[in-house]
Design a protein around this ligand. Sequence first.
Ligand code: ZN
Length: 110
Amino acid sequence: MSTTERLEPGMTIRTNYGREEYTILEVTRGCTCPSFRDSMNMKNPPPRPPHLHLVCYVTGDPKKTKRWLNGFDEATLRSLEKTYCGKKTELDYDYITITGQDGNVQLSLF
Ligand SMILES: [Zn+2]
């Protein structure tokens, strides 16, 4: 399933590899930074397609400890690269699912 919904601060999301729900603090879009692996291995790593970086905290965390979700395609909310995030046994894509807006404001879909 794809989404055309834009991620915005205040929305709550989940990933396919973790149990925690995150609340978005900041959204950076249109970034083309190279992959971590390329920047480790190359002098002039190639840019990646435009992607998102999110700053989040675990919903309910009173300290709002920052967590980063990096390198997601906005149209599909899928990671650009396959990862082992969440202790996957095989390399696979990560996905973001939107679970709510501002904690309680739900979109009226019906
Ligand atoms: Zn980037």
